[in-house]
Design a protein around this ligand. Structure first.
Ligand code: HMG
Length: 395
């Protein structure tokens, strides 16, 4: 029998600063309850001038190798899912490959499909191993993004930033993926988009919510046809804001014929523990689903070995996939050793006006001349560009 394939280890990296959503609501003249309860977000991470998708990806990947005990020299596949590309041509994955010193015998690429990009990279890694291409090597998959909407827009409280790094291997220690059992859905829509000249996304907010829910229903129905009768004990969703996961779970239960009377109790057990990190960080686009996985595995109520988990990945535009996995033997204990929540501690709280200044500086951040400043201990910093517009990183 073929050995199991899946996620062996996971690690997160978030910017060093955040904004309290209650304070943002006050500044915008909106009742705080709308953000805190209506959307379910408490804080959103704000990337500083030296933090970009590369520095966040490197931060998550370094932490992954340090905490998992795996060797970066064994990586043969390095893919980054992002919709915050730093270059139209050179992929974030190439910077990551260089900054980590990964082997040259390595498949390296960036995957884009809005928030779905990292799932394309992850399932590609699983299939790379299943096809026999890995020859014992591991795959590094990193989701890294900075979510930006116009200041004062309805999307503003659903921003965030961060990266999630995952190692995909045979005989994984965290989550065994049901290889090939995927339900897919796609439809050409303009629910959310970011033209090439813009840093901030444009969105048809309420339409995007209905596109997400239709995609969930479609992908889940497709998955059910392949995996008849398989009960799921935990459900992880793409989380643009935690309340969206609540709506998603109700829709999925409705497909199974489970009525509203039972939905809240099931949500509390099957989904709520996976939303803690999202309510502290916000939407990290490609990484949001995997931040949910990290949150689930980080908690005191982490699922027992063998627990069946459903994962729903949504990318605007739109494309979606529903797939499943099982917590590996010893997975709960191993997850505890990874100290997944440590990066959320010790962050700096920004005032709303400090956050607004950072956002104004974003407009020219990619064109500033590289300065020779030092990166803070253990972190990679984006320093600016050199005379030929090449990005420079320190640390
Ligand atoms: P809005 O129109 O300002 O908010 O923007 P609303 O009026 O819909 O209210 C939101 C919720 O707060 C509602 O709850 C209100 O009832 C409640 P619901 O009915 O939905 O359950 N509410 C209150 N609750 C308590 N006290 C109050 C109060 N007032 C209202 N006083 C919207 C909301 C999500 C549209 C906006 O934030 C937005 O445009 N966000 C960006 C788009 C987005 O996140 N879409 C999600 C689905 S698409 C997706 O996930 C893909 C994405 O990640 C991108 C990618 O794939 O790359 C975005």
């Amino acid at each position: 029998m073929r050995p199991a394939i899946g996620i062996d280890a996971v690690a997160i990296c978030v910017p060093s600063a955040y904004v309290e959503l209650g304070e943002l609501a006050t500044a915008r003249g909106i009742p705080a309850e709308k953000y805190l309860h209506g959307l379910g977000v408490k804080r959103m991470a704000i990337a500083g001038p030296d933090e970009d998708p590369v520095s966040l990806a490197v931060g998550a990947a370094r932490r992954l190798f340090a905490s998992s005990g795996r060797d970066a020299g064994d990586v043969g596949y390095c893919a980054v899912g992002t919709e915050t590309a730093v270059d139209h041509s050179k992929p974030v994955a190439s910077y990551l490959h260089g900054l980590l010193g990964l082997p040259q015998r390595c498949r390296v690429f960036e995957a884009k499909h809005a928030c779905y990009g990292a799932t394309a990279a992850l399932l590609g890694a699983v299939e790379w191993i299943a096809a026999g291409s890995a020859r014992g090597r591991s795959a590094l998959v990193v989701a890294s993004d900075i979510a930006r909407y116009e200041l004062g827009s309805p999307g503003e409280p659903t921003q965030g930033a961060g990266a999630v790094a995952m190692l995909v291997t045979e005989r994984p220690r965290l989550l065994e993926i049901d290889v090939g059992e995927y339900g897919s859905y796609a439809r050409d829509v303009h629910d959310f988009w970011r033209p090439l000249h813009r840093k901030e996304a444009l969105v048809d907010g309420h339409f995007s919510v209905s596109c997400y829910l239709d995609a969930l229903q479609g992908a889940y129905a497709d998955w059910k046809e392949r995996a008849a009768g398989a009960a799921l004990e935990r459900s992880l969703y793409h989380v643009p804001y935690p309340r969206m996961a609540y709506k998603a779970h109700r829709r999925r239960l409705a497909v199974d014929g489970i009525g509203e009377a039972d939905a809240d109790a099931r949500f509390a057990v099957e989904v709520a523990p996976s939303l803690r990190f999202a309510s502290d960080v916000g939407n990290i686009y490609t990484g949001s689903l995997y931040l949910s996985l990290a949150s689930l595995l980080a908690g005191g109520d982490r699922p027992a070995d063998g627990t069946r988990v459903g994962l729903f990945s949504y990318g605007s535009g739109c494309g979606a996939e529903f797939f499943t996995g099982r917590v590996a033997a010893g997975g709960a204990a191993f997850a505890a050793a990874l100290e997944l929540s440590a990066p959320l501690e010790g962050r700096t709280r920004l005032t709303v006006s400090a956050y607004e200044s950072i956002r104004r500086a974003d407009a020219t951040a990619d064109r500033r001349a590289a300065a020779g400043s030092e990166a803070s201990a253990g972190r990679v910093a984006f320093a600016g560009i050199d005379g030929r517009e090449r990005r420079v990183y320190l640390g």
